[in-house]
Design a binder for this molecule. Sequence first.
Ligand code: C2O
Ligand code: CU
Length: 499
Amino acid sequence: MTTSRADRHLPMLPPDRPAGLSRRALLAGGALGAASYLLPTSLGNARVPAAPAATQALTLAAGETQMKLLGPDGPASRVCAYDGTPFRTLRFPRGSVLDVGFQNGLDEGTTVHWHGIRLPNAFDGVPTLTQPLVQPGGAYAYRVPLEDPGTFFFHPHCDETGQAGRGLAGVLIVEDPRDPAFDAEHVLCLKDWRLAENGGFLPMSEPDGASKAGTFGATRRCNGQPSLALEAPAHGEVRLRILNLDSTRVMDIGVDQGEAALIAVDGHALPPIPLDRLPDGVWRMGPAQRIDLHVRMPAAGGQVRLADYRAAKLYEFATLTATPSARPLRPFRPLALPAAQVPRADLKKAERLTFTLQQATDAAISAAGLPPDDPLAKALLDSLCVGSTTYWGIDQLSWPTGSRRAVPPPLARMRAGRSYRVTVKNGTRYPHPIHLHGHVFEVIGSSSGRLPRHLADTVLVQPDEAAEIAFVAAPGDWVFHCHILEHMETGMMGYFRVL
Ligand code: C2O
Ligand code: CU
């Protein structure tokens, strides 16, 4: 096995994956004490890196809190949040290693997944596959290296429609000292809520949604508000980090006036693209996808409005108002972020694979599984993190649901350090934002010609579209799934086993 990739990828860990961890720990059952964090045993053998990265110790607690989503005079809603702060935002410099003491204050099991971060598989947060479920009152230690600058987030990977539907997500911003200077920066978290008039939650999933485009929330919010009123200096340069944290909705993000350019997707820099050069002047963004925009402010008093143009009813989620400033008006020149430094697939030598996203019928999706005595298969039987019905699959395989709990074999077996080109074909009538854990991939293009070449961790594949991604495989079991959470929980998930 080549270790060069692992050396770069896991500076704090030996190049071999602590493979025994998840199974051993899982089979130990709910033996986790509330105060003891579980660490992979192999960490004790870790080589000390030559120049230790700055380790940042922090605690993180999942729990419930109140949020006034229906306005200041409306009833409060009991939402889920980390550290009692909806969309808690963490900011660290690139090169930091987070030492996270996580505590589960919810009344059901959870885990933390660090979406878009290239990290050791043991900290990826997928119950059964990479770690045991963290029981209520339980704890878990995550070690998260922040090698790539950009806009990321973290969220639970169990009962996601429930926990994420009730707001459980945090923002992780990895700062790069080489970034150009902006006059202002704002973080905008878009998420719709499924609320009843009394502030309580409607069912997060309905069969008619789960089996089609998903179950939508009607209370549209940005950072929990109907619309954000933001300010920035006239003629100033503004950086907006926009996150689609919704469980379901695909959005077309655009600005009504003013100049703006797309400067990063899923955290990773791309050569700036003025928004008016994109199809329809918008960037289409599915659940879990993020963009960074550079917006140039108009003269004092002028406004730039940001909206989702895809919604049947236009949703204006933020307005930027220009405040007086002495800045002269210069021609708009989008500020490029420093080029991303991630492993790039060798496209010529890459192995090619194709996967088809499918609507499941009993005949179409087989229940072929791992042998029942495989510890992973046994463990899954006890896991609570499966949905109740199968509606979807990938290449004739569905992630287990309901009584159908055989863990499917991996979608593919890959070699660590090798390059892969994966074509994702959408054989359904609905769009699917497809996410691969633990990797940054290059979107090479799509059959629609709609996608520019760019780096990402999630790619939105439209009906009848085929998108091609390429990446260098990192060791571990990495799930590959639709980020419309109901689709994922009703079968549209599998994993790549990289050895
Ligand atoms: Cu944000 Cu499994 O993903
Ligand atoms: Cu989907």
